[in-house]
Design a protein around this ligand. Structure first.
Ligand code: SF4
Ligand code: SF4
Length: 327
C-alpha cells in the first residue's frame, strides 16, 4: 500500500543514513499512523505562509517537551519545522561549541524584536546557576542558562514557556529543589505564554506554534495559558465525573471506571483538555487507569489538595514513580 524507497547507503556503508532515518520516522510514521485532525490551519496555507524566527533554549530538561514536539501530527511536524526558522536548539541544530554561540548572537541581532523565544526546562538561579551552563563564546565567556535566557529574552517579540518546568518549576523546582530551580517567568520577569504539561500534549505545542507562525496571539488566562486548551479542569471534562458525584471511589489505581480521587487524582486542580483532545486522539492518563498528577498546574508535584472534604490520595498514592507525597 505504501511504497518506501530503499534507503541509500550512508558514508560509512551502513543501511540507513541520518536523513533517511529522520524522513522515515518524522514524515513517514506520523502521516501513516495518524489522520490529520484538529489542525487549526489548512496545511497548504501553512506551507505558503512566512516562517517565524525562533530561538529555542533547553535548560534543566529531560528532553520530553522536545520529544513531544516531534510527535505533533496536526499540523504535521515536518511542515511545522519547515516554518520555524530555528536560530538555536541544542538538540536539533547542526552548530556546536563556540560556533553555536556565535550563530546565536548573530541570529538574535539580525532578528531583534521579531523572533520568538521558546524555553523548556527549569532554570537554576543564584549560586546554583552554573549547574546548567549552555555554552562558551569566542571570548571564553561561559553562559549559564539564567544568563543566556535573560539576555535573549530582552530582544524577543514573544516568549513561550514550554512544559511544567519552564512554566512553574516542575519536577526540578519541587521540594527539595524549591527556590533553586525556578520557572522562566521568575527568571526573565516578563510576560510569558505558558504551555504547561509533563510533557505538554503534542497538539498543544503544534497548535500554539502554528498560531504564532500565523501571527495570531491566543486568548490567554491569568497565568498566560491559552484558554482554548486550558479553559476547563480535567475534572470538569472527565468521563468519570458521574462516579465522583455518586461518591463511587476506586481503592486502587488501575480501576477501569470508578473515580480515582482517593488514590491520588488531582484532576480538580489541573486545567487542560486532556479528556477530550487525548494523546494521539486515543487516550489519556485517567482513561488508562492512572490518576491525574496535575502536570499542568502550579505546584506540580507538591500540591496535595482536598476536594469537597475528600483528601486526594486518602487511600494511598498512585503508582507513578514521579508521584510523591509530602508528609
Ligand atoms: S477526581 Fe479525577 S477521576 Fe475523579 S472525576 Fe475528577 S478527574 Fe475524574
Ligand atoms: S490528565 Fe492530568 S497528569 Fe495527565 S496530562 Fe492531563 S493534566 Fe497532566
Amino acid at each position: 500500500m505504501f511504497a518506501v524507497n530503499k534507503p541509500k547507503q550512508n558514508a560509512n556503508g551502513g543501511g540507513v543514513g541520518r536523513r533517511d532515518f529522520l524522513r522515515l520516522s518524522l514524515g513517514g510514521l506520523t502521516v501513516l499512523c495518524f489522520p490529520l485532525q484538529g489542525c487549526g490551519r489548512d496545511p497548504d496555507a501553512i506551507a505558503a505562509g512566512p516562517a517565524l524566527p525562533i530561538v529555542w533554549i533547553e535548560t534543566g530538561i529531560c528532553t520530553g517537551c522536545g520529544s513531544s514536539l516531534l510527535d505533533c501530527y496536526a499540523p504535521p511536524v515536518e511542515l511545522l519545522l519547515g516554518k520555524l526558522e530555528l536560530g538555536f536548539h541544542e538538540t536539533l541544530m547542526g552548530h556546536y561549541g563556540v560556533g553555536a554561540m556565535e550563530h546565536l548572537h548573530a541570529f538574535v541581532q539580525a532578528h531583534a524584536g521579531r523572533f520568538a523565544l521558546v524555553v523548556d526546562g527549569a532554570i537554576p538561579v543564584g549560586a546554583a546557576a552554573p549547574m546548567t551552563t549552555l555554552g562558551t563564546d569566542a571570548q571564553g565567556i561561559e553562559y549559564s542558562a539564567q544568563e543566556l535566557v535573560t539576555t535573549v529574552a530582552a530582544s524577543a517579540a514573544a516568549i513561550v514557556a514550554l512544559g511544567a518546568c519552564a512554566c512553574f518549576g516542575g519536577i526540578p523546582g519541587s521540594a527539595p529543589g524549591t527556590g533553586v530551580y525556578v520557572s522562566l517567568t521568575e527568571t526573565v520577569g516578563k510576560k510569558v505564554l505558558r504551555i504547561p504539561g509533563c510533557p505538554p500534549n503534542p497538539l498543544w505545542i503544534g497548535t500554539v506554534l502554528d498560531q504564532l507562525v500565523a501571527g495570531v496571539t491566543p486568548d490567554l488566562d491569568d497565568l498566560g495559558r491559552p484558554k482554548a486548551i486550558f479553559g476547563k479542569t480535567v475534572h470538569e471534562l472527565c468521563p468519570r465525573l458521574p462516579k465522583f458525584e455518586a461518591q463511587s471511589f476506586a481503592t486502587s489505581p488501575g480501576d477501569p471506571s470508578k473515580c480515582l480521587l482517593k488514590v491520588g487524582c488531582k484532576g480538580p486542580i489541573a486545567r487542560g483538555d486532556c479528556p477530550t483532545r487525548a494523546w494521539h486522539g486515543r487516550s489519556f492518563c485517567i482513561k488508562a487507569g492512572h490518576p491525574c498528577i496535575a502536570c499542568t498546574a502550579p505546584g506540580f508535584l507538591d500540591a496535595r489538595p482536598s476536594v469537597d472534604g475528600v483528601q486526594v490520595g486518602e487511600e494511598g498514592s498512585a503508582a507513578s514513580p514521579f508521584y510523591k507525597e509530602q508528609g
